[in-house]
Design a protein around this ligand. Structure first.
Ligand code: NAP
Length: 285
C-alpha cells in the first residue's frame, strides 16, 4: 500500500478562508473584528518564525493581531502584568504567549494567569480539564488540528485503536483525550514505554509527538493505518523532518501527514478557530 497524503496545508487554507468569510460578515454587520494578542519574549529564531506564521494567518482571516515583542530580560512579574492588562481588555479575545520562555519565567504560572476564556492555545488546566470531562471549550490547538485532519478521512473513529507517542501537557495528553472522546481505544506512550513497536503494530491511528527524527520506524506501522506526525525537527543540513521514518511508513499506511505541510498548518488554523470561538464567548458575556 502507498499512503495518501493528509494534506494539512490545503485543509488549513480552506479553514482560514471560511473563517475570513465569517469575520468579514461580522464586520459587515457593524461588529468589531476578533483580536488576538501575540506575546513573544526574547529572540529565539524558531519562535520568531512560528509567531510570524500565526500573524500572517490572522491577516488572511481578517483577524486583528496585536504584537507584544518583549526583551529576553523580561521578568515574570512584567509578563504577568501584561497578561493581566490583556485579560481586562474587552477588545482582546485571545492571548497567545509563544513558548519556550526564557529561564526566569515559569511557563505553568504564565499559562494559569491567562483567563481561560482567552486561552486560545487551549493550554490552561481549566480547558484541559473540560476536555477530560468531555465538555471542551477552547481546545489545545495541535491535538484539535490533528483531529480535524483525522476526521477529514475517518467520519467515525469509534472502536479504532489509537496510539499517541508522547505525553506532554500541550500535545500528547490532550491528544489522547481527543481520541478517547472520538470513541477510540487509546494508548499513550512516554519515554518509559517498553514495547513501542508492538503497540504501534496494533494501532489503526498513530499520532507521534516526541521531537526525535525517525523515532517511529516505518516497519512498526500497521498496513492501512493512519499516521499523524506532529514532530518538527531541524536536521544538521537545515531540512525539517518529523518523528516518523516517513518513506517506509508511507509504503504501509493508508494516510500519512507530511512534515512540513501536515500538522503544523493545522495548529495555526485551530488557533484562529479558537480565536473566533473566544470572540463569540465574549460577545455573549
Ligand atoms: P515535549 O514536551 O518534549 O514532550 C515529548 C514527549 O515525548 C514526552 O512526553 C516524552 O516522555 C516523550 N518521549 C520521549 N522519548 C520517547 C520515546 N522514546 N518513546 C515514547 N515517548 C517518548 O515535546 P512536545 O512539546 O510535546 O513536542 C513534541 C514534538 O512536536 C516536537 O518536535 C515539537 O517541536 C513538535 N510540535 C509540533 C507542533 C505542530 O504544530 N506541528 C506543535 C507542538 C509541538 P516523558 O513524558 O516520559 O518525558
Amino acid at each position: 500500500m502507498t499512503a495518501q497524503i493528509l494534506d494539512g496545508k490545503a485543509l488549513s487554507e480552506r479553514i482560514v478562508d471560511e473563517l475570513r468569510q465569517q469575520v468579514d460578515a461580522l464586520v459587515a454587520s457593524g461588529k468589531r473584528a476578533p483580536a488576538l494578542a501575540v506575546i513573544l519574549v526574547g529572540d529565539d529564531p524558531a519562535s520568531a518564525i512560528y509567531v510570524r506564521n500565526k500573524k500572517r494567518a490572522c491577516e488572511r482571516a481578517d483577524v486583528r493581531s496585536v504584537s507584544h515583542d518583549l526583551p529576553a530580560s523580561t521578568s515574570q512579574a512584567e509578563l504577568l502584568a501584561l497578561i493581566d492588562k490583556l485579560n481586562d481588555d474587552p477588545e482582546v479575545d485571545g492571548i497567545l504567549v509563544q513558548m519556550p520562555l526564557p529561564p526566569q519565567i515559569e511557563p505553568e504560572t504564565v499559562i494559569e494567569r491567562i483567563h481561560p476564556d482567552k486561552d486560545v492555545d487551549g493550554f490552561h488546566p481549566y480547558n484541559i480539564g473540560r476536555l477530560a470531562v468531555r465538555m471542551p471549550t477552547l481546545r489545545s490547538c495541535t491535538p484539535m488540528g490533528v483531529m480535524t485532519l483525522l476526521k477529514s478521512v475517518h467520519s467515525d473513529m469509534r472502536g479504532m485503536n489509537a496510539l499517541v507517542v508522547g505525553a506532554s501537557n500541550h500535545v500528547g495528553r490532550p491528544m489522547g483525550l481527543e481520541l478517547l472522546m472520538a470513541g477510540c481505544t487509546v494508548t499513550t506512550a512516554n519515554s518509559q514505554t517498553r514495547n513501542l513497536p508492538v503497540l504501534a503494530l496494533q494501532a489503526d491511528i498513530v499520532v507521534v509527538a516526541v521531537g526525535r527524527p525517525n523515532l517511529v520506524k516505518g516497519e512498526w506501522i500497521k498496513e492501512g493505518a493512519t499516521v499523524a506526525d506532529v514532530g518538527i525537527n531541524r536536521l544538521p543540513d537545515g531540512r525539517i523532518c518529523g518523528d516518523v521514518e516517513y518513506a517506509v511508513a508511507a509504503e504501509r499506511a493508508a494516510w500519512i501527514t507530511p512534515v512540513p505541510g501536515g500538522v503544523g498548518p493545522m495548529t495555526v488554523a485551530s488557533l484562529l478557530q479558537n480565536t473566533l470561538q473566544a470572540y463569540e464567548i465574549h460577545q455573549k458575556a
